[in-house]
Write a protein that binds this ligand. Structure first.
Ligand SMILES: [Fe+2]
Ligand SMILES: [Fe+2]
Length: 353
């Protein structure tokens, strides 16, 4: 049997996915977080990982799925939030734009699974199954009511789930998780099946929450899919915020789903955060946005508006340590070759390169 004969679609999938293998799992496991710091990794979309100096690991909105994979379905399901919002019927061409940087089935050390809301790019059945099978301790699944209902519907034991609403606090080892109001209007037009929404008053607190993760290294604010709201100013006044995440993206006409560059800067100012990091713009082919827009606007506005925060532009799979990485503006993955010239080169002649 030739090598070619052994190749199948399945062998290709197994050899290639997830694209980063266990690289990031190992990096997170091996990370020793120094006292009074907190380490963060961007897993893609609004998914991120927190690790504290006491080795507490918290996974927020981790998602290992994808978007559209065929052109054959022409129309949205009736009642889809984007159909409800826009009045359009054509299926949105939202293909996944990022590799899988973490292997959910190789996650072994974790202290909590956290979700902000029910949208399918913020909760994942594969991750839920992997955690239940591979993490030894009965760690909690924390989210708003509808997220918990989704987990229970998948088979996550009810006793493992903790429902939070704004104002609730959950302690996970050395991390205090405070649920706060969400300002995600898209989730308010999301429904399981079509029903007229005119005149209804949806309950945001059951559908979505923002979070403040209080750690010994700093406080991490997760605005999740919140749109811009003046109430960010309320959160900023009542809480000490060090790093804030927001959902950035360029909305197609007819859609108000992601924060724009101006929204994100206004959010950072209102939250009185030290650092603002845009997320979510990476993932969907139809919502991509240029982060240089945030940096350009920041530079145009920072002196006049006396900005006290700084923006940080990340990469999926990258690490950010607060407060050590303060002052950095853009991330680059490790470039390697630190030991160049420490061994004899093997080249035809010295002036070759
Ligand atoms: Fe969402
Ligand atoms: Fe989202």
């Amino acid at each position: 049997m030739s090598k070619i004969d052994e190749i199948t679609k399945d062998s290709w999938l197994r050899a290639t996915f997830p694209e980063w293998g266990t690289w990031l799992n190992e990096e997170i496991e091996d990370e020793v977080v120094k006292p009074n710091t907190v380490a963060l990794w961007w897993i893609g979309c609004m998914g991120f990982w927190i690790k504290t100096e006491k080795s507490t690991n918290i996974a927020v909105d981790l998602w290992f799925g994808n978007g559209k994979r065929t052109t054959r379905n022409k129309y949205m399901v009736k009642g889809h939030q984007m159909a409800n919002m826009s009045g359009g019927r054509l299926v949105q061409p939202n293909r996944r734009n990022q590799p899988f940087v973490l292997d959910p089935f190789e996650v072994k050390q974790l202290d909590a699974v956290v979700a902000t809301h029910i949208h399918s790019d913020h909760m994942d059945i594969n991750f839920a199954a992997a955690v239940l099978k591979n993490v030894k301790e009965p760690i909690p699944f924390i989210g708003p009511k509808e997220s918990v209902e989704k987990w229970i519907g998948w088979g996550v034991p009810k006793e493992r789930c903790i429902i939070v609403k704004p104002g609730d606090t959950v302690k996970v080892k050395d991390v205090e998780i405070l649920a706060l109001d969400s300002f995600d209007r898209t989730v308010l037009v999301t429904q399981d099946s079509y029903a007229p929404l005119a005149g209804t008053i949806p309950n945001m607190d059951e559908k979505a929450v923002n979070y403040l993760f209080k750690t010994s290294g700093g406080n991490i604010y997760d605005a999740a899919d919140s749109h811009y709201s003046i109430s960010f100013g309320d959160h900023g006044k009542k809480h000490k915020i060090d790093v804030a995440f927001g959902a950035y993206g360029e909305n197609p006409v007819g859609i108000a789903d992601k924060q724009t560059s101006v929204d994100l800067l206004r959010m950072a100012e209102a939250l009185n955060t030290k650092v603002v990091i845009p997320l979510h713009y990476d993932i969907w082919t139809n919502f991509m946005a240029d982060t240089n827009e945030i940096l350009a606007l920041y530079d145009m506005r920072k002196y006049r508006l006396q900005y006290k925060f700084e923006p940080f532009i990340w990469e999926v799979g990258g690490k950010y340590v607060f407060p050590n990485d303060l002052g950095k503006r853009e991330f680059h993955h490790r470039r390697g070759f630190e030991d160049a010239f420490e061994n004899e080169q093997n080249i035809p002649f010295k002036s070759l390169l």
